[in-house]
Design a protein around this ligand. Structure first.
Ligand code: ADP
Ligand code: MG
Length: 685
């Protein structure tokens, strides 16, 4: 093609004055017409040419330009899924995986699970599962043993495009290190730089050395294309002979999709505000009162503050003198049910105004049509890890300028819009907010990252080719913990069988699983166990089973029914994995000491004690003598047993322990002698 003269270092810039995707009228244009109006459509030939001729193609384009939904379809149409091969597209977020897969299936006129499938942790909707479950119901459990053979045939027959989280793709590498079934892997939203994305990028670069037939697409709205290109280009060893063109070319191609967003006016507060939720609510009501039609998107940090804001907004809208009846208020965060997701994406009825209250999932992962006003808190929940104290915190911290710009851009898709940054002043934004975020790899606990790499046979972890190197202290801390858990041996290799078993389990025992803890407050006492929160959860689980998994029971007890259903699903999946890898399962009957010891075995590094006669509720961590307190949401709040183990820490004004269980300190020496000797601690007071 004439425009594809990539003389200038493999960079192709195509500019065009495309009408924005926003001109799509819902229900009017056919799906095919809608597809053709997306900015990315004009680049169809260019994209296919670059993918054909380059090992790696980096594609940058405004959110909503059609990268995620269109590019995999173009590849399929061009034959990249022929012969049983599969086109993969990864997303950092589970919700985005589901939403995008169902949109693409709809565009292709197929059902999810046929040509278009998705896999997220604990849910597999590729062709494989449909076959598997029908075989199961027909032939019974014996067929399960044969499923490996059957399902791989089935996948090769039908699934052509598969959406999955980057974590799931990493897990697939354990069975198939070269990912041979994939012809093209599109790493989408690469700017998010989650740990999984970074590990994946490093490993894909390695795979490219062995598979010249594999093509990579790295795509995102805001990616630093130059540095990403440099990462994929810098290779030790293998280079093309002078003057000889290698096909595919190893130097990445960069393509920038120009879509035209409309202007967005930014408004700041003049004085910093203190009541965050109240300020968000007032801003929304003010827009509703004063501004012409157009939907509102509010960015908050997590489910807690989203729920609080929705409650307050609903109340104030009801009691307000002005006409607020036209507001449709909806939450958007991972873990929403299908029906709730559909409401968010469905068009706003005439005469109404939709208010979507979202985490940063709506920043680039998902496109909402019809947004004209963005109300941005300027904050998000971020993980920070201190390898010296070995404490990982989930803190609410300011987002980067790049993110703030993305969020504002959400208002300019339909027509000129407005963005209200209601928590800080313009001066603060200009002076204090960092230009770019820090990759998660550089601010996290690396325990599960190390296990995954080890399981994939990457032994020299410190010498691994990372897109961003993690701090060596954090690596060393992770190796040390894994060694004391018996997951790594003296040569820092995975132990057999424990290490390999741990690596197979998708719910790493250190990663927080959100339980059904929310909305419990009033009913909590009914389930509360003196031993602590974990046993309380177990009581709830048992109660749920006794109620025959009734949603009415959940409602009555202020328990989140969807969360409980998830709990059941996860338990079932873990049971299947345990069975497959040969872990013998045994019920603890009603012996809660076994449960407490099991938690101790996994979380011994999180042990804390309260000083004798301390009335303040203050605890110290055994490891770093840090001051910590029991979180008010815990059943042990104010009970203050002498020795406890916590699951995670949150820091606000103080460090709070969440999900706490009381233990007997002698168990620490029993389950983790290495660890406690190694630190020369005498935990018994
Ligand atoms: P990108 O990945 O470039 O941000 P997408 O491929 O996700 O863009 O979206 C392209 C367009 O497809 C959007 O502008 C929107 O019009 C439409 N679209 C995407 N997902 C959905 C959905 N779930 N429901 C309705 N329309 C959607
Ligand atoms: Mg996308």
């Amino acid at each position: 093609p004439r425009l594809l003269d990539d003389e200038e270092g493999g960079v192709v810039f195509l500019s065009s004055s495309l009408s924005s995707a926003s001109s799509i009228g819902y229900g009017y244009a056919s799906i095919e017409k809608q597809r053709q109006r997306l900015p990315v459509y004009k680049y169809r030939t260019a994209i296919l040419y670059l993918v054909e001729t380059h090992a790696t193609t980096i594609i940058v384009g405004e959110t909503g330009s059609g990268k995620t939904t269109q590019i995999p379809q173009y590849l399929k149409e061009a034959g990249w899924a022929d012969g049983g091969r599969v086109i993969a597209c990864t997303q950092p977020r589970r919700l985005a995986v589901q939403a995008v897969a169902s949109r693409v299936a709809e565009e292709m006129g197929v059902k999810v699970g046929e040509e278009v499938g998705y896999t997220i942790r604990f849910e597999d909707f590729t062709n494989k599962v449909r076959h598997l479950s029908s075989y199961l119901s027909i032939f019974g459990v014996i067929i399960f043993v044969m499923h490996a053979g059957i399902s791989s045939l089935a996948v090769q027959d039908l699934t052509a495009i598969k959406f999955l989280t980057d974590g799931v793709l990493l897990r697939e590498m354990m069975d198939d290190p070269l990912l041979t079934k994939y012809s093209v892997i599109m790493v989408d939203e690469a700017h998010e730089r989650s740990i999984s994305t970074d590990i994946l990028l490093g490993l894909l670069k390695k795979i490219q050395r062995c598979r010249s037939d594999l093509r990579l697409i790295i795509s995102s709205a805001t990616i630093e294309a130059k540095s990403m290109s440099a990462f994929f280009h810098a290779r030790k060893g293998r280079r093309g002979l002078e003057g000889v063109e290698l096909v595919p070319r190893l130097e990445p191609a960069i393509l920038s999709v120009e879509g035209r967003g409309f202007n967005v006016q930014i408004h700041y507060v003049e004085e910093p505000v203190s009541d965050y939720v109240q300020a968000a609510v007032s801003t929304v009501l003010l827009i509703h009162d004063k501004e012409p039609p157009g939907d509102i998107l509010v960015f908050l940090t997590g489910q807690d503050d989203i729920d609080a804001t929705i409650q307050l907004l609903t109340e104030e809208a009801r009691t307000s003198k002005k006409n607020s009846s036209g507001l449709i208020i909806l939450p958007l965060y991972s873990g929403l049910s299908r029906a709730e997701q559909e409401q968010v994406f469905s068009p706003t009825p005439r005469g109404k105004r939709k208010v979507v209250i979202s985490t940063n999932i709506a920043e680039t992962s998902l496109t909402l049509e019809g947004i004209v006003y963005v109300v941005d808190s300027g904050f998000s929940k971020q993980r920070f890890y201190n390898p010296i104290s070995d404490i990982e915190n989930l803190v609410v911290a300011p987002i980067s300028k790049a993110s703030a710009r993305q969020r504002a851009g959400r208002a300019g898709r339909v027509r000129p819009g407005k963005c209200y940054r209601w928590l800080y002043t313009e001066e603060y934004f200009v002076k204090e907010i960092p230009a770019e975020g820090i990759p998660e790899m550089q601010r996290s606990n690396l325990v599960s990252c190390v296990i995954q790499l080890k399981a994939l046979g990457i032994d020299n972890i410190l010498g691994f080719d990372w897109p961003a190197s993690p701090p060596p202290e954090a690596m060393i801390r992770a190796l040390e913990v894994l060694y004391s858990l018996g997951v790594l041996d003296d040569d820092a290799k995975l132990t057999s069988p424990t290490g390999f078993q741990v690596a197979e389990i998708p719910l790493s025992i250190w990663v927080s699983g959100r339980g059904a803890q929310k909305e419990l407050d009033e009913a909590k006492l009914r389930f509360a166990a003196a031993e602590g929160d974990h046993v309380t959860f177990l009581n709830i689980y048992k109660g749920f089973l006794q109620s025959c998994k009734s949603s009415h029971w959940c409602h009555k007890n202020f328990i989140n029914y969807h969360a409980m259903k998830k709990v059941i699903e996860i338990r079932e999946q873990l049971r299947r994995i345990a069975q497959r890898i040969g872990i013998v399962m045994k019920s603890c009957e009603s012996d809660m000491q076994v449960v407490r010891k099991a938690v101790t075995a996994g979380f011994f590094a999180n042990a804390c004690y309260s000083e004798a006669y301390s009335q303040s509720g203050m605890y110290k961590t055994v490891r770093g003598s840090q001051e910590v307190y029991i979180h008010p949401s815990s059943v042990l709040f104010r009970v203050n047993p002498k020795w406890v183990i916590y699951h995670s820490l949150v820091s606000t004004d103080r460090q709070y322990m969440r999900n706490v269980i009381s233990i007997d300190p002698s168990w620490l020496l029993e389950v983790a002698p290495h660890f406690y000797q190694q630190h020369r601690l005498n935990p018994i007071h």
